[in-house]
Design a protein around this ligand. Structure first.
Ligand SMILES: Nc1ncnc2c1ncn2[C@@H]1O[C@H](COP(=O)(O)OP(=O)(O)OP(=O)(O)O)[C@@H](O)[C@H]1O
Length: 614
């Protein structure tokens, strides 16, 4: 269920408070004997799989405050964070439980907690304020929050995160320089704070930031934790000023916990075990050296990690007494699903349109390409005569060329879902909107305006330059045919785009069906003389349906002459075995509509099947 989710959100009556979204007390999270494994193929071509444990029977507690998960590269920090945040594929969890305030939670925890990913995932063409408003509008209940309340929530998050100066600056894209890395990270945190979560997960929040920016991000997190939130984050090798802000430390190495307890007790714990932290050494570096085995104990000590395990057990006992409300009560999906879906559709479509308008390079290129090829086709087939053989050869050639342009001119559609894949996965799994809403927003806001309008421009230019039938109805049917060809080609590109994650794969996969369809289009090869077991492919050819429909509307009822003979268009269509009856024409449109619908339905199915687990 990916309906609107509100976690501990304050009702609108709280709006007079200065920072209502940061007031809630955070829960205590514990995890017990977690064993998480992944399956790996033995060799590249091997059919055998082995299970590799990446978390080995780990337990711990995270109380309200700053909870750091630290360890060397590949130690399992992110995996531990993802498992306790409900973001990792649950099939890999072989044993163990995660409890929040003494209630067992499943992967649904992701719908009622906040998770800030390592690589900021934001819409680059929108400003900081617009991104935050998008999160507020989709995730705050309409029943509890008026538009003014949501606006106020956005303003308070901007103020709290110190984003005032860049609130109206765009995040930035490949073509557009936007806010700084630190501001982007703050905005990502703000996207989650909009729902006033009391439990906040962050995956390596300081990675890629300079020392000062990293420090200010951690100060911000500490400020939030002081207001009672449970902040849990993975971090690689923090400097001392950052380490000193931790309340609780979980040290992990090779999937096993080497320390879990108060951050300020960690040094004495390791000293008790015989490891000595040199004066002026950064404790974080010291702990990593110990876990890596770079530092050896200076005195032999029989104490083991059991001492710390006792500490964990004692804590467990304490928090077990505190029985708060069950976590499930935090998930408040709204009544009136239809209304919610319509609102989501409006908001997501609005963002898509805004994104297209602010990033118009592709649309301009598409329009320019259409005008260019329209004029080119018009010039090549300028004023086609009614004398044979040019009359038929040029007309059929022009139709096939038009269809080719229509199909291949829409290749750019393969990028649609690929370019936003990460954003979609993040927002969808965090409960911003449903898959169907995202899909329909693309259909309404991209497919229709971006793929039909340019077709009419492209169709009109060569039609009059070529001197085809001067008849309004015929011109209209000609435009409808080319639009249908365009839509079915785009739908196929959508299907490929929703099925794969990389442009390289998408280009290979889309080129293959387009070329096969072109060969079976009825112009390059006589389909009646083909091997019978291959000729069925003509039924799946967009080119064939488009070409046949154009040939019918232009050639039917025309007479072409030469010095010695004359030939009707009907005779030519008969000869090509093209059914030019009324149904004969419309069955091409029905087939194109069918291809379009099947491709769109399959695209939606593919979007739903995208792996949302990390
Ligand atoms: N889905 C997966 N498929 C294959 N291996 C995985 C998967 N998830 C985690 N691993 C492996 O588990 C180990 C721990 O990975 P994880 O990303 O949790 O480490 P980390 O401590 O966060 O590392 P880093 O600091 O480099 O991000 C690594 O060896 C990693 O390759």
């Amino acid at each position: 269920m990916l309906d609107e989710v509100v976690l501990n959100a304050q009702p609108s009556t709280d709006k007079e408070e200065t920072m209502p979204c940061f007031q809630t007390p955070g829960p205590t999270l514990t995890f017990h004997n977690l064993r998480y494994s992944i399956k790996e193929r033995l060799g590249m071509f091997s059919m055998q799989w082995v299970e590799k444990d990446i978390l080995k029977d780990v337990s711990g507690i995270m109380n309200p405050g700053m909870n750091a998960i630290m360890g060397p590269t590949g130690s399992g920090k992110t995996s531990l964070l993802d498992v306790i945040a409900g973001r990792k594929d649950p099939r890999g969890l072989k044993s163990g439980q995660v409890l929040v305030d003494n209630t067992i939670v499943t992967s649904d925890l992701r719908l009622c907690s906040a998770y800030v990913v390592q690589n900021d995932i934001l819409m680059g063409t929108l400003t900081v304020r617009e991104n935050l408003a998008f999160s507020a509008n989709l995730r705050l209940s309409r029943k509890e929050y008026s538009s003014a309340d949501k606006q106020m929530r956005v303003d308070s998050v901007i103020q709290e995160l110190g984003l005032n100066d860049c609130a109206d600056t765009k995040i930035g894209t490949m073509f557009l320089r936007g806010v700084s890395g630190g501001e982007k990270k703050r905005c990502s945190i703000g996207m989650e704070l909009i729902t006033a979560p009391s439990l906040l997960f962050l995956d390596e929040p300081t990675t890629g930031l300079d020392a000062n920016t990293a420090n200010s991000i951690m100060e911000l997190l500490q400020k939030l934790s002081k207001k009672g939130k449970t902040v849990i984050f993975s971090i690689h090798q923090p400097r001392y000023s950052i380490f000193s802000q931790f309340d609780h430390l979980t040290l992990i190495n090779k999937g096993e916990i080497t320390y879990a307890g108060a951050a300020n007790r960690a040094i004495s714990y390791f000293e008790d075990l015989g490891y000595k932290c040199e004066p002026f050494n950064n404790p974080a570096d010291f702990f990593l050296d110990v876990t890596n085995g770079t530092v050896l104990p200076q005195i032999h000590n029989n104490k083991s990690g059991d001492q710390e395990l006792c500490y964990i057990k004692k804590q467990e006992k304490n928090f077990n007494k505190r029985l708060n409300f069950p976590i499930s009560s935090r998930i408040t999906s709204l009544d009136g699903d239809e209304c919610v879906s319509m609102l989501q559709l409006m908001l997501v479509s609005g963002r898509t349109i805004r994104n297209i308008l602010r990033n118009p390079q592709t649309s301009y290129a598409q329009l320019f390409l259409n005008i260019f090829f329209g004029i080119l086709v018009g010039l090549i087939y300028y004023q086609i005569p009614h004398t044979l053989p040019e009359a038929l050869q040029n007309r059929t050639g022009a139709f096939f060329f038009l269809v080719i342009n229509m199909v291949f001119g829409n290749l750019s559609a393969v990028e649609l879902f690929i370019s936003e894949r990460v954003l979609f996965i993040h927002e969808n799994s965090s409960g911003f909107y449903r898959t169907s809403v995202y899909f329909l927003s693309k259909v309404f806001a991209d497919l229709l305006p971006n793929r039909i309008l340019p077709v009419f421009i492209f169709s009109a230019i060569p039609y009059f330059m070529m001197g085809l039938k001067p008849d309004v109805e015929v011109f209209f049917l000609y435009c409808v045919t080319l639009s249908m060809v365009s839509l079915s080609a785009v739908s196929l590109a959508f299907l490929v785009s929703a099925s794969v994650g990389s442009f390289a794969m998408a280009n290979i996969l889309i080129a293959l069906p387009y070329v096969v369809m072109m060969v079976f289009g009825g112009f390059l090869v006589n389909l009646n003389s083909m091997l019978s077991w291959m000729s069925w492919l003509k039924w799946a050819s967009i080119f064939r349906y488009g070409y046949n429909a154009l040939a019918i509307i232009e050639l039917k009822g025309q007479v072409f002459t030469s010095n010695y003979t004359s030939m009707t268009g009907d005779m030519y269509l008969d000869h090509q075995e093209i059914d030019y009856s009324l149904w004969g024409f419309w069955q091409n449109q029905v087939a194109l509509t069918g291809i379009m619908c099947v491709c769109l339905i399959l695209s939606y199915v593919q979007l739903r099947r995208i792996n949302r687990w990390k």
